[in-house]
Design a protein around this ligand. Sequence first.
Ligand SMILES: [Zn+2]
Length: 303
Amino acid sequence: MKALRTLAAAVLLHPASLLMSAPIEVLIIDGQNNHKWEFTTPVLKHALEQSGAFVVKVSTTPPKGAPETDWQSWKPAFRDFAVVVSNYNGEPWPEAVRKDFEAYVQGGGGFVSVHAANNSFPEWKAYNEMIGVGGWGGRNEQSGPWLYVKDGKLFRDTRPGPGGAHGPQHEFVVEIQDSEHPITRGLPSRWLHCKDELYSRLRGPAENLQILATAKSDLTAEQEPNLMVIQHGQGRVMHTTLGHADYSMLDRGFYEILERGVEWAATGQVALTAALPADFPTEAKTSVVTLEGHPKQTPPPAK
Ligand SMILES: [Zn+2]
């Protein structure tokens, strides 16, 4: 009893410090993707854990074509985590898992969509509301407007056309469009991102969505969103289109927006991950993060 009272007193005396020292619990989902998720999930995990702000668990779905019984035993405990990060682009999840995930985000759970996670689930209405816009999988004008930025203004283009396009991979400049948001506050307004796909012509319901950063597309000549935030019910969603391969993610700029975006989706603020790293990239020079054993993928040669 005395020990309990002492513990209670300690908690009362130092509630803020106790809260600050508790890392944010993150769940990464992978298991199917038209990308090398086996190589990119370890980079996502490293990006988060090296900040000291997060503890990360990974839930891997059954592989493509797995029997129904395998899916029945895949039931991630979303509510044990402050935020879920998707590195998944594949078969539909079982209906019970979809419903559970919808309720989790509606109720205030955080969600972060990375690169081809926005290709997934073209038929899942609530998921498309969460990501705001997506690409491929039959998406077109019926999915919603194509979003882009021109002269600092947001355009919602409703003309017919497919959703989702990209040209050959290259390095490109990420440009901040909203420097007031906690995720982008204090970041340089332009920086050079490592070789990656520059997604364009993304379409979707795009409700309650803010574009934080863009890059000028070689295909459309418009500023295409690559960092967005979406409010979905009580839940906060951060959506980045960056991160085609491990070499695209091993970029100090990518690390920083992922850390900040995951913290914001989890808590609504950026405090633990707000410090700007000394090796943040500049507009002229990328900043590669070293991770032992990576990159496991080789970028295509420049054309
Ligand atoms: Zn890709």
